[in-house]
Design a protein around this ligand. Structure first.
Ligand code: GTP
Ligand code: MG
Length: 359
């Protein structure tokens, strides 16, 4: 399951955001391997296609894909050195696929800001410095371990040492790994290090309702500090409020704010985009379900999401775009009108494909 670790300074609204997210918590029983931990929440990925397809197939249940969010305590200067238990908290997000960094932009005299000043740029830089410091230790350890092996003259180790040195040089300039332009040989090495700064980052600007209504946006200078990443602007308090409201009430609140969907939905969708993921679907009487695959994946690889053996056992699949299936009205009619296709192992799965895998 896709997982996203929430980081940020203390008191910026991380737990408020997390609480709002987990209010959307789905029936965990559909995900038997999820650890039940108060700081880990499994959240359904909003997908209106599921309801439409479920109606068409008369499905007994709907299973959306899910994202796991991990809430950790606020990071402060020195977190990487163990200040404020930072080290322990950072370890909780080492395995996450991405990071959501909550940045405070709302003003509120009653809520202390650790630096007594609302300054998103500086906040981003402080967190970045802490993540870099934590990674620095990892990279230095690997460099040392490799140095001992280097005597054997192994080419792979040599390549790795060069890469590690490049990462260190960039750390000196406060540049996180996700901003580096690395090649296809280098990224797999980076992956073995589980670095915090190699994870793609979504910035979540926690604004007041007023700021959201007025269309608050990061300045060009702030955008530059963030580097290539996704961002969303939301009010964590407002998101918590509407996550507790009934649907009609929620729609009313949203339209009053001039929004078409909630900031949380926006965040989840950004996560998919950031990580280059697509959703494909299966539908039948038992269930209509969404699955996640990397963009550009061949269908056997994508079908691993359904069952790990499917990649090996895959023979062929029937595939139809979900809208075509709805237009046709049934699987059989889509086959007749030619929108449903029989594909082999070389088919690249597309967003919104409805599939039936033959093994
Ligand atoms: N005015 C305002 N207050 C907010 C907003 N979001 C969070 N807060 C308040 O800020 C305080 C801290 O919020 P938390 O969500 O606990 O912050 P946190 O980032 O999890 O803090 P730590 O866990 O200590 O690092 C709470 O009193 C929240 O009610 C917001 O959008 N507007
Ligand atoms: Mg918290």
């Amino acid at each position: 399951m896709l997982s996203i670790g929430i980081v940020g300074l203390p008191n910026v609204g991380k737990s408020t955001l997390f609480k709002a997210l987990t209010k959307k918590q789905i029936d965990i029983s559909n995900y038997p391997f999820t650890t039940i931990d108060p700081t880990v929440g499994v959240v359904a990925v909003p997908d209106e296609r599921l309801d439409i397809l479920a109606k068409l197939s008369n499905s007994k249940k709907i299973v959306p894909t899910a994202i796991e969010f991990i809430d950790i305590a606020g990071l402060i200067k020195g977190a990487a050195e163990g200040e404020g238990l930072g080290n322990k908290f950072l370890a909780n997000i080492r395995e996450a696929d991405a990071i959501a960094q909550v940045v405070r932009v709302f003003e509120d005299k009653n809520i202390t800001h650790v630096h007594n000043k609302i300054d998103p740029k500086s906040d981003i830089e402080v967190i970045r410095a802490e993540l870099i410091l934590a990674d620095l230790q990892t990279v230095e350890k690997r460099l040392e371990a490799n140095a001992r092996k280097l005597k054997s003259g192994d080419k792979d180790i040599l390549l790795e040492q060069e890469l590690l040195q490049k990462i260190l040089d960039n750390f000196q300039k406060e540049i996180p790994v996700y901003q580096l332009d690395l090649n296809d040989k280098e990224w797999p090495i980076v992956d073995t290090l589980s670095l915090l700064t190699s994870k793609k980052t979504i910035f979540v600007f926690n604004a007041s309702e007023e700021q959201v209504k007025n269309g608050w946006k990061p300045t060009p200078e702030l955008l530059q500090t963030m580097g290539p990443s996704e961002y969303v602007v939301l009010s964590a308090n407002f998101e918590l409020l509407i996550s507790e409201a009934e649907k009609e009430e929620r729609d009313l609140y949203l339209s009053e704010m001039g929004l078409t969907r909630s900031g949380l939905d926006e965040l989840i969708i950004s996560g998919y985009k950031l990580l280059n993921l697509i959703a494909f679907l299966t539908t039948g009487e038992d269930e209509t379900r969404a699955w996640t695959a990397p963009k550009g994946a061949f269908i056997p690889q994508a079908s691993r999401a359904i069952h790990t053996d499917f990649e090996k056992l895959f023979i062929r699949a029937e595939v139809v775009n979900w809208q075509e299936l709805v237009k046709a009205g049934s699987w059989g009619k889509a086959r007749e009108n030619g929108t449903l296709k029989l594909v082999g192992r070389d088919y690249i799965i597309q967003e919104g494909d409805v599939v039936e895998i033959k093994i």
